[in-house]
Design a protein around this ligand. Structure first.
Ligand code: GLA
Length: 378
């Protein structure tokens, strides 16, 4: 984190010849509750100690000058422009400006640069980190007084309206509300949430990044969401949240078998999140872990958002006796999240890396996870 801050601080000074105000926002993990957010269900994310750092300074014009330090690219756009800039990374910042203005917020021209250490495409929400850092910074710099929920919604609306992904609220929520040492159990229908201290004695969390990305995030993701909406409509509901398996069976003749399987996963996942939380409260890592395997099975077979490499990592975890393992995030590549008994950890990581490398020609990247704070001024 400190090297990242230094890089952004000096990057800003070099480019713009002054100091910018520094802000940070994190990526996230999610223990359980996948593809439930846009169905009004529960999620259990936590912010991580990897994120995006941005330096920003108002420039007295009505234009925004941006520099992404990692690809080493720059981009400029006017705040009155409706057309989004060409560079796809800039759509996130452009969208945040537009969505802030749309909500009656003030945004004036600014210079900014940013860099991050959330691995791209790993399912850890680098894009939410980018949206959140700018939503938070503009709110702070221009005194708009939006609360954190509104900042998360600005990020989500940016994905919907400028990036083509009709995502739920989980990633932006986690990036904005994160708290050191705590997961957050969020009810995505009521938006009520509780911080859940997470320090399961005797266990570690390990992320294994397959470093594969099979399809563009946008369209298959939006297809899954449309399936859920069709089933909810068939059930006469606004959301799948709260629907039962009996209700689903009753409409089965009227929906496609694919939509049926999508909804079966979502309905099952709602119960699993609650069971996972109860198990965690009792300190029962084995029951919690079993729910993670069940989630993976559903994501792979019914929701069909896993891939061969992720299935292989989960199977390897199971064969090593790991307590819980599943793919994490939107899917089609990225990470598995593993709940591993401490004494097993080194052996598991070594075995998974060896077997994966033997099969796919490259080892997965291993990340230790520290659960950290959300968006903030540095
Ligand atoms: C992506 C989306 C989230 C959520 C997850 C799946 O990360 O941005 O809103 O739907 O996929 O749980």
């Amino acid at each position: 984190m400190n090297t990242l801050i230094e890089k952004v601080r000096s990057g800003f000074a070099e480019r713009y010849g002054a100091d910018g105000q520094l802000f940070a926002a994190p990526g996230r993990i999610n223990l359980i509750g996948e593809h439930t957010d846009y169905n009004g269900g529960y999620v259990l994310p936590g912010a991580v100690d990897r994120g995006i750092v941005a330096a920003i300074r108002p420039n007295g014009t009505d234009r925004v000058r941006l520099a992404a330090l990692d690809p080493g690219e720059t981009c400029t756009f006017g705040l009155k422009e409706e057309e989004k800039p060409e560079a796809s990374w800039a759509h996130y910042v452009f969208g945040v400006c537009r969505e802030t203005i749309k909500r009656g917020g003030r945004v004036e021209g600014f210079d900014a640069c940013f860099a991050g250490d959330v691995p791209l495409g790993a399912g850890m929400s680098s894009s939410a980190a980018l949206e959140s850092v700018f939503a938070f910074a503009l709110n702070d710099l221009f005194g708009n007084g939006f609360d954190r929920f509104e900042l998360a919604r600005i990020g989500q609306a940016t994905e919907h309206n400028y990036c083509g992904c009709r995502c739920g609220i989980m990633d932006q929520f986690a990036s904005v509300f994160g708290r050191r040492g705590c997961l957050m159990r969020l009810d995505c229908r009521s938006m009520e949430f509780v911080y859940v201290p997470f320090d399961p004695a005797g266990y570690r969390l390990v992320l294994l990044d397959s470093r594969v990305k099979h399809r563009l995030v946008g369209s298959p993701y939006n297809d899954r969401r449309r399936s859920c909406e069709r089933v909810a409509a068939a059930l006469g509901r606004e959301l799948l949240r709260g629907a039962t398996m009996e209700e689903l069976e009753a409409v089965r003749p009227r929906i496609s078998s694919e939509d049926y399987r999508r909804a079966r996963y979502v309905i099952g996942e709602e119960r699993r999140v609650l069971a996972f939380c109860e198990a965690l409260e009792r300190g029962d890592g084995e029951t919690a872990g079993a729910a993670m395997y069940a989630t993976h099975h559903g994501l792979s077979q019914d929701y069909e958002v896993s891939c061969e490499e992720l299935d292989f990592l989960v199977e390897t975890a199971a064969s090593c006796g790991v307590s819980g393992s599943r793919m994490m995030g939107g899917g089609f590549g990225g990470c598995t999240i593993n709940l591993v008994r401490e004494e097993l950890c080194d052996r598991f990581v070594q075995t998974a890396c060896d077997r994966f490398a033997e099969r796919y020609g490259h080892a997965p990247q291993v990340y230790d996870v520290t659960i950290s704070d959300g968006a903030r001024r540095l």
